[in-house]
Design a protein around this ligand. Structure first.
Ligand code: 5GP
Ligand code: ZN
Length: 114
């Protein structure tokens, strides 16, 4: 999608601090972190939110979830605890309409929603 911020980040048109990349997925640090570890995981293909995902995306979503676990280990928060959040649609407060998982950790998270 030409007018999508995270598509532009996925394409390298807007810089980001990458922590993981493969053909299908990019993970990068949130520009306004809400916790010591705050990473965004996105599929490179445009999906507006989890509400748009279908059965054809099962493998991709599974891979993203396992990547969140792997990055939690890499960032040293797997044992202290972490949270994975996907805001979807208006009531969730989703600001960027490209599916993303927030990975948060590094301190007690309280009611941080990502
Ligand atoms: P949402 O509210 O849609 O679930 O979360 C969007 C997230 O994207 C926010 O945490 C926000 O800080 C982050 N964000 C917005 N613009 C940029 C950007 O240009 N670069 C990065 N790295 N993160 C961004
Ligand atoms: Zn997009």
């Amino acid at each position: 999608m030409s007018d999508c911020l995270f598509c532009k980040i996925a394409a390298g048109e807007i810089p980001s601090t990458k922590v993981y990349e493969d053909e299908e997925i990019l993970a990068f640090r949130d520009i306004a972190p809400k916790a010591p570890v705050h990473i965004l995981l996105i599929p490179k293909k445009h999906l507006a939110s989890l509400a748009e995902a279908g059965p054809e995306d099962a493998a991709l979503l599974g891979k993203m979830q396992l990547l969140a676990r792997q990055l939690a280990e890499q960032e040293g928060v797997a044992e202290s605890g972490f949270r994975v959040v996907a805001n979807s649609g208006p009531n969730s407060g989703q600001e960027v309409a490209h599916l993303h998982y927030h990975l948060l950790g590094g301190e007690p998270l309280g009611d941080i929603r990502g």
